[in-house]
Design a protein around this ligand. Structure first.
Ligand code: URP
Ligand code: ZN
Ligand code: ZN
Ligand code: ZN
Length: 521
């Protein structure tokens, strides 16, 4: 049944009396550098930044001496409240965004996942319905193109023009369900190019995985170790290369989600250095995960079935123990550009459905809460990246790619007051006993991370206060993502197309904001 149109709501920060905030004595970290500055917030927006600010009386002051002020994390990859592999992910939009805020993430971008033959617009409305009343922070939506036809193309147009979607994910894996053929991928990428949207890919060769799986099951390998064995690095690297080739032939940009292996990371890095036949730059982005820089597969070395199953996601964690550091180094040298979580949690009971057959284990892990701390620990604490690069790969690059910069992804006058007061000296040890997910395991269990968010400010409201979580259900809003991101379409000249691009973007956002998106046709 078709879902109904989302309800318009009054932003909670406008209903709140706690709408003025001064943060003093901190060090502001942006992707392009760091500076000592005070920061003043009113009505959810950064109004002043600098020294000797003139502030109205009655303003709450937070002393941030010794703390870093970071733009709130943007997690470009979550799956909350999603039906997947015959079950539903454990974290819904309340639980998932509450966990996000606890860890210093103030915006997520989730994936609408239409069933085959389902209308993309109906699925979009269903996601809005699931999210709008529950989100504790702002959110955006990508839409997955899980089947292809002329009606899908029309719906992509409508999603872009009327509903604030600018990114579409296709699958080269999941044969028999979501997988598209190369011809279909070509058409999806082409449609994205015409619309100024960004194609995203899950890059693994689904045909090869299906054959390997048959062979493994026939040989009696039914345990979780079979998951990685059926889809080794090469299978990810081939699909990554193929997706890049298709994008280059179409002339579209491309975003490769969850790069999990050294081989696939190398493909993205190499393709970024190539030029198209017309001399233009290849516009390719690679995202890796908190999971892949924070842990690795132990192959057959897990202590028990449920631990191994808890680590099953696709593409899989790699048994090569040098993978996490290698991927972090690619993030450092801009071979890769972002970190997501791919948060798609299932309880031990849900995972146990695959007890007799690894292909039935629901794929997915946690990460939306711990991504910031894990990336800090494995990146900044090890000296591989500096704090500005940390900001780039956890927030700014996502804001730029999805065209919501400088509203998000930077601490600047006029930007949303989504701010983390990060304590780099404090540590915390990750555990399922203390996390805010609905699941009973945590793939980072026992990892001690430097970097703790002492305060998290979401749209001007203090939602982690001296370490205490005060997340507010419904506080967040849907954030429309406009087309022709200058980061994805650097060669696009709006003037040459008779378009005042800024006017369009602002009108588009303003209209969407006012209505909290348009009504259903
Ligand atoms: O195993 C994963 N990654 N689960 C979530 C769905 C997807 O493919 O991203
Ligand atoms: Zn995927
Ligand atoms: Zn165990
Ligand atoms: Zn995913």
């Amino acid at each position: 049944m078709a879902a109904t149109a989302p309800v318009k709501k009054v932003p909670i920060h406008l209903q709140s009396s706690h709408n003025r905030l001064l943060i003093k004595n901190g060090k502001v970290v942006n992707a392009d550098g760091m500076a000592d500055a005070d920061l003043y917030i009113e009505e959810g927006v950064i109004k002043q930044l600098g020294r000797n600010l003139i502030i109205p009386g009655g303003t709450r002051t937070i002393d941030a001496a010794g703390l870093l002020l970071l733009p709130g994390g943007i997690d470009p990859h979550t799956h909350l409240d999603v039906e997947f592999m015959g079950t539903k992910s454990a974290d819904d939009f309340y639980q998932g965004t509450k966990a996000a805020v606890a860890g210093g993430t103030t915006m997520i971008i989730d994936f609408v996942l239409p069933a085959k033959e389902e209308s993309l617009i109906d699925a979009y409305y269903e996601w809005r319905r699931r999210a709008d009343e529950k989100v504790c922070c702002d959110y955006g939506l990508h839409v997955a193109v899980t089947w292809w036809s002329s009606s899908v193309k029309k719906e992509m147009e409508e999603l872009v023009e009327k509903h604030g979607v600018n990114s579409f994910k296709s699958f080269l894996a999941y044969k028999g369900s979501y997988q598209l053929s190369d011809t279909e991928l070509y058409h999806v990428f082409n449609a994205c190019k015409e619309l100024g949207a960004l194609p995203m890919v899950h890059a693994e060769n689904g045909d090869i995985i299906a054959e390997n799986t048959k062979k493994l099951l026939n040989a009696g390998i039914t345990g979780p170790e079979g998951h990685e064995m059926s889809r080794p690095e090469e299978v990810e690297a081939e699909a990554t290369n193929r997706a890049c080739v298709i994008a280059n032939q179409v002339g579209s940009p491309l975003y490769v989600v969850h790069v999990m292996s050294k081989s696939a990371g190398n493909v993205v890095a190499a393709k970024r250095d190539e030029k198209l036949s017309n001399g233009e730059e290849c516009v390719i982005f690679g995202e890796t995960l908190a999971a892949s820089v924070g842990t690795h597969s132990h192959g057959t070395g897990y202590s028990c079935w449920s631990h191994a199953a808890a680590h099953v996601l696709s593409p899989p964690l790699r048994p090569d123990p040098t993978t996490p550091e290698y991927l972090m180094r690619l993030l450092a040298n801009d071979g890769l550009q972002l970190t997501g979580s791919d948060n798609c949690t299932f309880t031990a009971e849900q995972k146990a459905v695959g007890k007799e057959n690894f292909t039935k284990i629901p794929n997915g892990v946690n990460g939306v809460e711990d991504r910031m701390s894990v990336v800090w620990e494995k990146g900044v604490e090890t000296g591989i990246i500096d704090p500005p690069r940390f900001v780039a790969i956890t927030s700014t690059n996502a804001a730029k790619i999805f065209n919501i910069y400088p509203k998000k992804g930077v601490l600047a006058v006029g930007s949303d007051a989504d701010i983390v007061l990060w304590n780099p000296r404090k540590t915390r040890t990750i555990s399922a006993k203390t996390h805010h997910h609905k699941t009973d395991y945590n793939i980072f269990e026992g990892l001690t991370c430097h970097g703790v968010p002492d305060y998290v400010i979401v749209g001007g409201r203090v939602c982690v206060d001296e370490g205490e979580l005060k997340a507010v259900q419904g506080l967040g809003n849907f954030v429309p993502t406009p087309t022709f991101s200058p980061t994805c379409y650097p060669a696009f000249k709006p003037e040459e197309n008779g378009i005042d691009k800024n006017a369009i973007i602002h009108e588009e956002i303003a209209a969407l904001r006012l209505n909290n998106t348009s009504s259903k046709p």
